[in-house]
Design a protein around this ligand. Sequence first.
Ligand SMILES: NC(=O)c1ccc[n+]([C@@H]2O[C@H](COP(=O)([O-])OP(=O)(O)OC[C@H]3O[C@@H](n4cnc5c(N)ncnc54)[C@H](OP(=O)(O)O)[C@@H]3O)[C@@H](O)[C@H]2O)c1
Length: 356
Amino acid sequence: MNARMRRLPHAVSGDHALVLIGIGKVGSALMGLLDALRPTRLRLVGVANSRGQWTNFREFSGLDLGTLPSKLCGPRDDAALLAALDASGALHRVLVDASASEAVARRHAHWLGRGYHVVTANKCLLGGTLLDWRNVESAREEGCRYGDSATVGAGLPVLSSLRRLRACGDRLLGIEGVFSGTLSWLFNHFDGNRPFSALLREARSLGFTEPDPRIDLSGEDVVRKLLILARTSGNPLDRRDVQVDDLVPEELRNLPTDDFLASAGVMDEAIAARHARAHSRGCVLRHLARIDNDGCARVGLVDVPAAHPAARLQGSDNLFVLHTQRYGDRPLVIQGAGAGPELTAQALLADVMAVA
Ligand SMILES: NC(=O)c1ccc[n+]([C@@H]2O[C@H](COP(=O)([O-])OP(=O)(O)OC[C@H]3O[C@@H](n4cnc5c(N)ncnc54)[C@H](OP(=O)(O)O)[C@@H]3O)[C@@H](O)[C@H]2O)c1
């Protein structure tokens, strides 16, 4: 066993001690899952949001999500969270990142290097610069686990499949799919009868978009997922290698969110025209991410024919079509609900459990 992972000389109770960073939609769902399951070998010893943390839970005894924020003590201090993990005496000390913070993501490699396992829904590091990716890869080789299932497809078995294929000598030749639940929902529902901006407002009111839907429409979140998939399959792509079709018109990019929502109708004519063109060719419009056989990586709207697997998507399904040497003519297709706090929390919990 790695010396840094030795059991610490304190009272031992439970194999896993857990710190949860981020108690928004996903973090709250994870706490709800823990509350429902009450896993005996796992203790939550700290939680944090951007303003503070609360540590030293003796056991997981059903946190009241309503009152939790008032219990957090500021200022935010990672040292308090790590001290709670160390004091737990647990065999496995795990930090779960359920934030979207770049600053938090930048600490992952450091934590791995200090002997903590990291489980993350936060894509900022793996989908960030190549240097960040490589830092995590080398820290991970030191023996600690880096659970990343929740970063793509909300835990659909796509990263695990890529790793398995690669370990068995198969080679990814190309990948395409719909990697955003939000953009999947929008284009699965858009039929040209209602303005796109009205559909966008509906999606937002249903909680299917980010509070600022430009984060979804820009395609940047999809780019991060594409980079993670490419890198996991052995292709060290950089952000500048990916062409992105930003759906937000230039004049709306820097407005405050409310002003953007009020002006979103500016997008309607262009998207309706793209829809009509696709329809006239017997196609539908889908937001696809692709890496072709020639290595060209693109993210944006594409006319897809009715026979394409993306044409048959429903709801906020994600789709991953993997073309490999062995899955040559008939690609490996992974499809299913690819968003939502509960599914994402489940993927985090599964990665935590896999630490053992
Ligand atoms: N929602 C989904 O369906 C889904 C699916 C797959 C992956 N994800 C990923 O999961 C992550 C969380 O998503 P979410 O929907 O739960 O977001 P969210 O509701 O906005 O919650 C984010 C949480 O992170 C906290 N946070 C921000 N900066 C922090 C810091 N420096 N230290 C500690 N906590 C910090 C926030 O605290 P404050 O409230 O104080 O700002 C908040 O509690 C994101 O990376 C997202 O991309 C989400």
